[in-house]
Design a binder for this molecule. Structure first.
Ligand SMILES: Cc1cc2nc3c(=O)[nH]c(=O)nc-3n(C[C@H](O)[C@H](O)[C@H](O)COP(=O)(O)OP(=O)(O)OC[C@H]3O[C@@H](n4cnc5c(N)ncnc54)[C@H](O)[C@@H]3O)c2cc1C
Length: 405
């Protein structure tokens, strides 16, 4: 029987970051994931580009990940939001002497560097290509038996299995769940006009279109959400016809375009859990909240879970507490509940607000965008949300490690 401080179920982006955050503070973990990294590290496994908020990047810096990826990430200097391609833009811009609003990072780079650091992490045991066949959460310990017969035990299991988590269901945690009947088309294009670090978000009743800046300045990622049948039809179009559609919905902002990545489809779901903890178990990342990518917040929200959970556990360990104790988990639940609820429902409301068709609805939305454009305090509030800097921040989101007691 192998004993660890924490068992982590799910070694996706969040599970691996969680393990690294614990490792940095000397806490041991074992990460279990049925998918082998030879699959997830291939370049065509995950073609997405993620908007990383500036506070999330500080967590990467604290973990030693940031400096390894900074040169390959593209800073977002400005965000323009429109209701339809002909709507007046609401823009958010970083001050001259200020940091960028965030960074665009290709998921394949993040996966590559996370995996490289995980190999060197002295307190992380990797059990990839393995599944827990049983998970017993007793009053004092959690015990997992894997397919290869190994028996692992820890005082706490962190569930990072993504939005379709089976362990969450087995633990009986209630989930509000619906599908948006929409899919995001994800790809990347080279284009004629330099993006100058601007991210564009254009809303349509069928779903938003996002153009996200990449390196070099003549490359952008596209995330275009559409009703399922339309999205499926759109990816079947030839490249020329597809790009003509992209040009139409983005009012030709980027000039002539050429596809530089395959078109991938992602179904969109909503998942909100009634609570994030159960006996000797806590949900981290998408397992606790699956949201629409409308505002590029899902992963950032999960990183805030990671930073809060790591801080709670490190402080509990230093006080000699049982890491799976109900009081320890209650602190995590209290810390994360409001932020998760606010972001989850704000994203869902945005989808609904911009999904209302018709001229009257559009006029009201455009008036709202115009009001925010003119109200500096409101704009500052949205900017601080986009940067992930609102609320009580765990120390790792300020770029530091948890101080010794
Ligand atoms: C189109 C699109 C664009 C997005 N853009 C952004 C963005 O710009 N910014 C942003 O912040 N977020 C964005 N997101 C959200 C972001 O991608 C997710 O929040 C993030 O990937 C969640 O990571 P995760 O590790 O929690 O879950 P997942 O990535 O789903 O990983 C779960 C892992 O758990 C494993 N697993 C599953 N079941 C088990 C089990 N029973 N036992 C053990 N392991 C298991 C899986 O193999 C997988 O490795 C976007 C999402 C989409 C769909």
């Amino acid at each position: 029987m192998n004993s660890h401080d924490i068992i982590i179920l799910g070694g996706g982006l969040i599970g691996q970051t969680m393990a690294l955050a614990l490792d940095k503070h000397g806490l041991s973990s074992v990460v279990i994931d049925p998918v082998d990294p030879t699959t997830t590290l291939t370049t065509d496994f995950d073609g997405r580009v993620t908007a990383i908020s500036s506070s999330s990047w500080k967590l990467f810096d604290a973990l030693g990940l940031g400096p390894r990826m900074r040169a390959e990430a593209c800073p977002i200097q400005r965000i323009e939001v429109r209701d339809g391609a002909d709507g007046a833009p609401l823009d958010f811009q970083s001050d001259q002497d200020d940091d960028a609003l965030g960074l665009m990072l290709e998921n394949r780079i993040l996966r590559r560097e996370l995996w490289a650091l995980l190999q060197q992490a002295p307190h992380v045991t990797r059990k990839f290509g393995q599944r827990a066949v049983t998970l017993d959460r007793g009053p004092h310990r959690v015990t997992a038996v894997l397919e290869d017969g190994s028996v692992l035990t820890a005082p706490l299991v962190l569930v990072c299995e993504g939005r379709h988590s089976t362990t969450r269901a087995e633990a009986g945690i209630a989930v509000a769940a619906w599908d948006y009947a929409s899919m995001s088309i994800v790809t990347a294009m080279d284009h004629e006009v330099d993006h100058q670090g601007t991210a564009h978000q254009i809303f349509y009743p069928g779903g938003p279109v996002a153009l996200l800046p990449m390196n070099p300045g003549t490359r952008s990622a596209l995330v275009w959400s559409l009703p399922e049948a339309e999205a499926r039809g759109m990816v079947k179009l030839g490249e020329r016809a597809f790009l003509a559609e992209v040009s139409r919905v983005t009012a030709g902002l980027l000039g002539d375009m050429k596809l530089v990545a395959p078109r991938a489809l992602y179904p969109l779901h909503f998942r909100h859990t009634a609570k994030m903890t159960e006996t000797r178990l806590a949900l981290v990342g998408d397992a606790g909240h699956g949201i629409h990518p409308i505002a590029g917040q899902g992963f950032n929200l999960g990183l805030r879970d990671v930073a809060a959970m790591a801080e709670v556990l490190v402080e509990a360990a230093r006080l000699g507490l049982d890491l799976g104790d109900a009081q320890v988990l209650a602190r995590y639940q209290r810390w994360r509940a409001a932020d998760v609820m606010a972001v989850t429902f704000a994203c869902d409301s945005l989808v609904r607000l911009f999904g209302v068709p018709g001229k009257a609805a559009r006029a009201v939305r455009r008036m709202g965008l115009g009001m925010v454009q003119r109200a500096k305090p409101l704009k500052d509030l949205f900017m601080s949300e986009a940067r992930g800097e609102s609320g009580a921040l765990p120390v790792m989101l300020k770029g530091d490690l948890v101080e010794p007691a």
